[in-house]
Ligand binder design. Structure first.
Ligand code: F0G
Length: 481
């Protein structure tokens, strides 16, 4: 909840008490430099023991509630007919309005099943924007992915409150060009991850559904960050200010043929699900579930996580829960803007996104500015961020780089995990880094996997820049910080 102080300043207030904590420590600058070298300048390859604040992702790292943890204790481990599943199915029906629920082990498992059931070679999958695993599955199934969001998405200094909106004209042109038979579904992603966690409006969702229906194309909804998008609609869309998160969720879902989500984000667990009201789609997907995931009542998830997901689904309808990360991100973004550090605006969900094209404009995309920035942020602060730029795109079939539209270093804010002093620390170190940005140089791959290279790829720092950066840091802060 945003609270106004007597001096007029608005701060995000934690609407929870911290009763269990996990220790962390700040490795000194010399260790951070060595750890980054050992990790091949890829923040995915760092170990927790070398990380002070882990802002890699909110995926599976949100703080769970007391009631979620308590629910885990009563899980029913039956292979088939497990009661925990029926609690999840009841929560899905109550919160999202779907009669059929399919648990899967995480979001990409749902994408795999979607690709298996619906996508044929030569198909064209239309979406507002891709997510890495989403694109990988549909491309592996032989399809082309078309990202038909509004052009505004590429403007990192925008005031447009719904940059995740689909461009209806582009969608209609694409359907006409390729023919509806080649479009297995249109996919809308809530709080669109790779463009800075940007939401779409309910009006846009309704318009997309209307257009899709007129061509008999189903609408698939990636709801990994569904409660955050509902919160943004409540905050930003006219007519929804006084609606509850649950009412907004239900209105969103009334437009959707198949919902899938990574439960690792909005529902604060580790798992995923698919849901629909169509018996036909349910049967088609279910047929493959035991092959790739597990029986219908666990689908690759631990039954403990299924119990916690049922609770998490209901809890995310609490405005204070849905708002927890977005309000912290808003504060974080505002503080960086105040200090002149280039970030994506408006503030979105999931993370604060630093704009590497403006932070290190001297680096060409071929030298991976967002990757270099993520490495530099770690060296200067012990904070782990994630590269969301060209490294996150694989090369094309001819081996050419596919330069990303946006070069971002993403600092995720897992829900209810970090405090105001953590945020102030990161703001300070990012501001210091921005003042020393000329020291940051590029990266070059030394080991480059073909698929999803950002996970395991290893790089090196050009011109020994990381050592120079560490030296400048030590000069200002001493060897212990
Ligand atoms: N869709 C979206 C929008 C996502 O953000 C993610 C994961 C997935 C699908 C895949 O789900 O990880 O459960 O298999 N996003 C994580 C992230 C990994 O860090 O943003 P998964």
């Amino acid at each position: 909840m945003n609270i106004r102080l007597s001096n007029g300043k608005v701060i995000p207030m934690e609407m929870h008490k911290v009763r269990i904590v996990q220790k962390t420590s700040l490795p000194p600058i010399a260790r951070r430099l060595t750890a980054m070298e050992e990790a091949g300048y890829n923040t995915f390859l760092l170990r927790t023991r070398d990380i002070f604040l882990d802002m890699l992702t909110d995926s599976g790292t949100n703080a769970m509630s007391d009631n979620q943890l308590a629910a885990m204790m009563v899980a029913d481990d039956a292979y088939a007919g497990c009661e925990s599943f029926y609690k999840l199915a009841d929560a899905v029906k109550e919160v999202l309005g779907f009669g059929y629920t399919i648990p899967v082990h995480q979001g990409r498992a749902a994408e795999h099943l979607l690709a298996k059931v619906f996508v044929k070679p030569g198909d064209v999958v239309i979406m507002n924007y891709h997510f890495t695993t989403t694109k990988a599955h549909f491309v592996l199934a032989g399809a082309t992915v078309l990202e038909l969001c509004t052009d505004e998405v590429l403007n990192t200094q925008s005031t447009n409150l719904f940059k995740g909106n689909m461009d209806l004209k582009k969608v209609e042109d694409a359907i006409r060009k390729y023919g509806a038979a080649k479009v297995p579904f249109i996919r809308m992603e809530a709080t669109t991850n790779l463009v800075g966690g940007q939401p779409f409006s309910l009006q846009n969702l309704r318009d997309v559904k209307k257009l899709a229906s007129s061509y008999n194309i189903p609408l698939v909804f990636d709801g990994s960050l569904i409660s955050e998008n509902a919160y943004f609609i409540k905050q930003r869309e006219k007519g929804y200010e006084s609606k509850s998160i649950q009412e907004i969720l239900q209105e969103m879902m009334s437009q959707v043929d198949i919902l899938y989500l990574s439960g690792r984000k909005s529902t604060s667990v580790r798992g995923g699900l698919m849901a629909t009201n169509s018996k036909k789609y349910y049967d088609e997907i279910l047929a493959w579930l035991p092959v790739y995931e597990g029986f219908a009542t666990y689908g690759g998830m631990s039954t403990k996580e299924i119990e916690a997901m049922a609770v998490g689904l209901r809890e995310m309808t609490d405005t204070n829960v849905a708002a927890a990360s977005p309000e912290f991100i808003q504060y974080f973004v505002n503080r960086l803007v105040e200090n002149g550090v280039p970030v994506v605006t408006p503030a979105g969900g999931l993370a604060c996104h630093v704009d590497a094209k403006r932070f290190v404009p001297h680096l060409p995309q071929a030298e991976y500015p967002a990757g270099a920035l993520a490495a530099a942020i770690y060296i200067a602060s012990g904070v782990r961020s994630m590269e969301r730029g060209t490294i996150s795109n694989d090369r094309d079939l001819d081996g050419n780089e596919v330069y990303a539209d946006l070069e971002l270093a993403r600092l995720a804010i897992p829900r209810r995990v970090y405090t105001m002093s953590h945020i102030e620390y990161v703001v300070d170190r990012l501001t210091w880094l921005y003042q020393h940005r000329d020291l940051i140089k590029g990266l070059k791959f030394v080991e480059e996997p073909k698929v999803l290279r950002f996970f395991f790829g290893r790089l090196r720092a050009l011109d020994n820049w990381s050592a120079n950066l560490a030296q400048a840091f030590e000069k200002d802060f001493g060897p212990d910080f």
